[in-house]
Ligand binder design. Structure first.
Ligand code: ATP
Length: 347
């Protein structure tokens, strides 16, 4: 099922939690809503689910107005961060619940319900836990059961709000791969909310980056990482070196000193230069667009992370660079720095 959201505004008092959001989700996509705390991700998800209503704007499912229907009529499955399993019911009964409470006209008979629950437990690979109670499961297992339960009613859309938010880092990683392959198998249009960029980039087909109730960029993981559309996206995704620069007639200066690089389309004014840590090449003094003094070096695995001080006019800016270990850097050494790739955005 395709989803279209048009110009959604949602205010809480005078505060706009969503400030004109447009979004199209194609049938079968696995989309991540990524943004810092308070950016409006959950509010958008709740509006799509029918748990909340916008002040203005439109939501449609396959071209049909979804706002005319409440949550129960939208055929949407949810999974939340905090396991919403019923504690007094076994895993089997938790998954069966949605099927048992369906209106009589569409309700399956007992044998069909049992077969469907078995199929869902096989799908999430937890058939062997069917007679346990939620308190006897690990956090990761509970979330997989919550997913099986959400899928029981054959939702047209699956919405997941920080589904792995409460789990430890290792389990989260395992569940990311699991979710991706599960989605591949069931192919239901799915939207998941996360504030974890790695999770969004690893799991989703497309990522929607949000900040302050607005969409900053929509793109594939490769697009948002390699071609960030705004300064916010550049600093939120991946690790960047950010330098406050001044552009004057196309000449880029740091603390008054000219940097030997192009101005990336900016003509004049206070700006910010963004470079990924691994995109800053370090060479001998005099080899790059500007220079710095190595302060501290930590080496691990294939990289060395160097703290380099740039003396720029009045102040000193310290940046961290990831360099390969082909030449070990020494504290005190003066090095030449050359951004291999960078972006400049007006401040
Ligand atoms: N019921 C409410 N009443 C008042 N303000 C609200 C309400 N719900 C959300 N907000 C505000 O709207 C903004 C967006 O909230 P939302 O929960 O959508 O953010 P989020 O991006 O999901 O954040 P998080 O990652 O912390 O869950 C926040 O500033 C929040 O305080």
């Amino acid at each position: 099922m395709a989803i279209e959201v048009k110009n959604i505004v949602k205010k809480f008092g005078a505060f706009a939690a969503l400030d004109g959001v447009d979004l199209k989700v194609a049938n079968g996509e696995l989309l991540a809503l990524l943004g810092p705390s308070g950016s409006g991700k959950t509010t958008l998800l709740r509006i799509i689910a029918g748990l909340d209503w916008p002040d203005s704007g439109e939501v449609s499912f396959d071209g049909e107005n979804a706002l005319a229907h409440g949550a129960s009529e939208r055929h949407v499955g949810f999974v939340f961060q905090h396991y919403a399993l019923f504690r007094h019911m076994t895993v089997f009964e938790n998954v069966a619940f949605g099927l048992r409470v369906q209106p009589r006209a569409v309700r399956k008979d007992e044998a069909a319900i049992r077969a469907r629950v078995k199929e869902l437990l096989d799908l999430v690979q937890l058939d062997w836990l069917s007679s346990r109670y939620p308190s006897q499961l690990s956090g990761g297992q509970r979330q997989r059961i919550a997913l099986a339960r959400a899928l029981a009613i054959e939702p047209r859309i699956l919405l997941l709000d920080e589904p792995f938010g409460a789990l430890d880092a290792k389990v989260r990683k395992e569940l990311r791969q699991w979710l991706r392959s599960l989605h591949h198998e069931i192919n239901v249009t799915s939207i998941f909310v996360t504030h974890d960029q790695e999770e969004a980039l690893e799991v989703a087909n497309r990522v929607v980056v949000m900040d302050k109730g607005r969409i900053e960029q929509i793109g594939t993981p490769g697009e948002v990482y390699d071609h960030p559309a705004t300064a916010f996206v550049h600093s939120f995704i991946g690790e960047s070196i950010v330098l406050p620069v001044e552009v004057q007639n196309g000449c880029v200066r740091l603390g008054g000193k000219p940097l030997n690089i192009g101005a990336d389309g900016i003509v004049s004014g206070a700006s910010k230069l963004f470079v990924r840590r691994h995109d800053m090449a370090i060479g001998p003094a005099g080899s790059g667009a500007f220079e710095g003094a190595v302060r501290h070096v930590r080496s691990f695995g294939p990289i060395q992370r160097a703290e380099v001080a740039l003396s720029a006019g009045e102040g000193t800016t310290v940046i961290e660079i990831d360099a390969p270990r082909d030449r070990e850097l020494q504290p005190g050494e003066i090095v030449g720095l050359q951004p291999r790739r960078y972006r400049i955005f007006a401040a």
